[in-house]
Design a binder for this molecule. Structure first.
Ligand SMILES: [Zn+2]
Length: 67
């Protein structure tokens, strides 16, 4: 079961509209929306890791150059 990206509530599948509805804020997702959303999240996660690694390298350089 997917979670709402706005409020984090568990989303409920509505068979009539074939989409997920958030009981917390009323947001609706179609299954297509969810696919796009999960892909985006993965891409953002990769980007975040890359940024974090770069910062760690910078810290290494900074601390070693101070010696
Ligand atoms: Zn919500």
């Amino acid at each position: 079961m997917p979670y709402c990206r706005e409020c984090g509530a568990k989303m409920i599948y509505d068979r009539d509209t074939r989409s997920y509805v958030c009981p917390g804020c009323g947001l609706t997702y179609t299954t297509q929306d969810l696919l796009i959303e999960s892909r985006k999240t993965l891409g953002e996660r990769v980007e975040e890791n890359r940024r974090r690694r770069k910062y760690a390298e910078y810290l290494d350089w900074w601390t070693s150059s101070k010696k």
